[in-house]
Ligand binder design. Sequence first.
Ligand SMILES: C[S@@+](CC[C@H](N)C(=O)[O-])C[C@H]1O[C@@H](n2cnc3c(N)ncnc32)[C@H](O)[C@@H]1O
Length: 460
Amino acid sequence: MALPGPLNRYLLLMAQEHLEFRLPEIKSLLSLFGGHFTSSQETYGKSPFWVLNIPSEDIARNLMKRTVCAKSIFELWGHGKSPEELYSSLKNYPVEKMVPFLHSDSTYKIKIHTFNKTLTQEEKVKRIDALEFLPFEGKVNLKKPQHIFSILEDYGLDPNCIPENPHNIYFGRWIADGQRELIESYSVKKRHFIGNTSMDAGLSFIMANHGKVKENDIVFDPFVGTGGLLVAAAHFGAYVYGTDIDYNTVHGLGKASRKNQKWRGPDENIRANLRQYGLEKYYLDVLVSDASKPSWRKGAYFDAIITDPPYGIRESTRRTGSQKEVPKGIEKCPESHVPVSLSYHLSDMFFDLLNFAAETLVVGGRLVYWLPVYTPEYTEEMVPWHPCLKLISNCEQKLSSHTSRRLITMEKVKTFENRDQYSHLLSDQFLPYQGHNSFREKYFSGVTKRIAKEEKSSQE
Ligand SMILES: C[S@@+](CC[C@H](N)C(=O)[O-])C[C@H]1O[C@@H](n2cnc3c(N)ncnc32)[C@H](O)[C@@H]1O
């Protein structure tokens, strides 16, 4: 296959939110649609303008049907650091590539998009008039044009230091918008069934995208809560399944999380959430089950495991069991037995989760989960490892001045063998990091210290 040349350049206009999550999202989606992330741009840090090579317009359109991190994509016709540079780059763009969109039977409109500066109407008109050297032969139609072209001007990121002239100017043919509107239409504020830790809609879609969820996949959430992550996966056409240790959550019983409502109403459950969005056909089931004791037959059957395990801050980290030592092999309980629960250490939880994913994911399937960290102590070595799973991305979301959670994405790269579950005994590198266990104490000690500091400074 020929390498995409400079003529396959596209401009992505990214949303300025969840900056760290953007690159893994775009890379994951491109690989899902058979593309490859290639670009001559050096950094994608904070800028909303990304120039990439994409092999075809179809792949670009598929990408936009999924992304919540990108706002729009344009076929890039020209780029420069000054108007003159832009015009000469446009003059070099092959006319035969422009003509299908500019011929006399077509209608078009030119839009201006600026970042970090607002232009007057007069300035905008001037910029459009300066493009008259392009062979536009169609008619202008502002309401329903067949083709939309955009001039995009980048005035940098610092709102306190806006330059007179843009750093970069782009001109391109608009191809498609991304899925930003899902953030509003799936907002948990309007969701039928929610809990204290329901996952934000935008992040749920990002997680499903990092997990490369696709139509007819089977997606599992072992800490399902109110099913926020299942909703996003089902929206992308996956069949969804979950478990949670909490009977009330799974059955939609108990206290409501909304203000002005004491108890959960009838039919407040995950299935009803999917129904709310017309996705009920993707509901497989949710069960009460303890993630530390998975009740699954051996085998690889999940295409993705996407989950938000408890950190012990707003929900407890519990597992079934007894404080008394039970000799291995006689753990079976009579059916009438109601198990008591004991604390589930975070390090054990992540260790179990990785082992479970390594065993039950199909090869190529992805595990996406949140890892809470105490930032002053964080190092990459703390991220749990497994010999069957390759780390794909690790993105930080700050929670407070001293804590954050990291969205970890791993891909299963080899078939699970029995000895893999004992990998931590064979190599130190797979030993669970025990420091996660004190996350709760550190979180609250930080909060307590901060409150004490704030109180002290308000008294001074
Ligand atoms: C952070 S919440 C998940 C929220 C969920 N993503 C949502 O959108 O509602 C974590 C969930 O894990 C559950 N949980 C805690 N310990 C568990 C265990 N040992 N096995 C299964 N679920 C557990 C809690 O009951 C809680 O519902």
